[in-house]
Design a protein around this ligand. Structure first.
Ligand code: HEC
Length: 159
C-alpha cells in the first residue's frame, strides 16, 4: 500500500519546497507592500539620522548584510536605544566595500504595535538602492537569524 503513496509524497515534497522557497524571497501581503512603499518615504533623509551608541558611521559587518554597513535610527529609536519604542525605525545600508558608491541594499526594521507580537512587532523590509522592495513583512529569513540577538528584542546593535 505504502508504495502507491510515494508519487504523492514526492509531489507534496515538491510543492512544500516551492512554498518554502517563495517564502524566502518574500514580499508579504499587499498591505505589507503598501507599508514598504510608505516606509521608503519615511526613510527619506535617514543618512542624517542618529546611530546606536558605539556604532557611528561605516562599520565592517559580521552578518550577511554586506562587507560594510551604516546603521541609522530615527528619533523614536534614538530616545531609548535599549528599549526601542513603537514607531522605531532602524535602517541598515549594506555596502559591498568601503566605497560609499557600493550601496547594494537597505535592510530596514520598523516596530509597529500589534503587527507581529510573537516577534517583537517588527516589520521587515529589504530594498534595492532604487527603492524596489525585495522582501517585506514578516520575513522568516530575517526573523530566524535576528532571534539570536540578546535582550529578546531581535536587535543586535544595542546589546
Ligand atoms: C544570518 C543572520 C542575519 C540575517 C538573515 C539578517 N540579519 Fe540583519 N543583522 C544581523 C547581524 C549579526 C546584525 C548586527 C550588525 C552587523 O553585524 O551588521 C544585523 C543587523 C541588522 C539591522 C540593524 C539593527 C540590529 O539588529 O542591530 C537591521 C535593520 C537588519 N539587520 C535588518 C535585517 C533584515 C530586514 C533582514 C532580512 C531581509 C535581515 N536583517 C537578515 C544578522 C542577520
Amino acid at each position: 500500500m505504502h508504495r502507491f503513496q510515494i508519487p504523492h509524497k514526492s509531489l507534496l515534497g515538491t510543492s512544500l519546497f516551492l512554498i518554502l522557497f517563495s517564502a524566502c524571497a518574500s514580499l508579504g501581503t499587499p498591505e505589507d507592500q503598501d507599508q514598504g512603499a510608505a516606509l521608503w518615504g519615511e526613510m527619506n533623509g535617514h543618512e542624517a539620522w542618529a546611530s546606536f551608541a558605539g556604532h557611528e558611521g561605516m562599520q565592517p559587518s559580521r552578518a550577511p548584510h554586506g562587507k560594510f554597513v551604516i546603521t541609522t535610527i530615527n528619533d523614536v529609536a534614538a530616545a531609548d536605544q535599549a528599549n526601542l519604542a513603537p514607531g522605531s525605525i532602524v535602517v541598515k545600508d549594506n555596502y559591498a566595500s568601503e566605497d560609499p558608491s557600493s550601496l547594494k541594499a537597505s535592510t530596514v526594521m520598523k516596530k509597529i504595535p500589534g503587527y507581529d507580537p510573537e516577534n517583537g512587532d517588527w516589520y521587515w523590509a529589504r530594498y534595492t538602492p532604487k527603492g524596489e522592495l525585495t522582501h517585506a513583512g514578516k520575513v522568516s529569513m530575517c526573523i530566524d537569524c535576528h532571534f539570536d540577538a540578546d535582550g529578546e528584542d531581535l536587535i543586535f546593535l544595542n546589546d
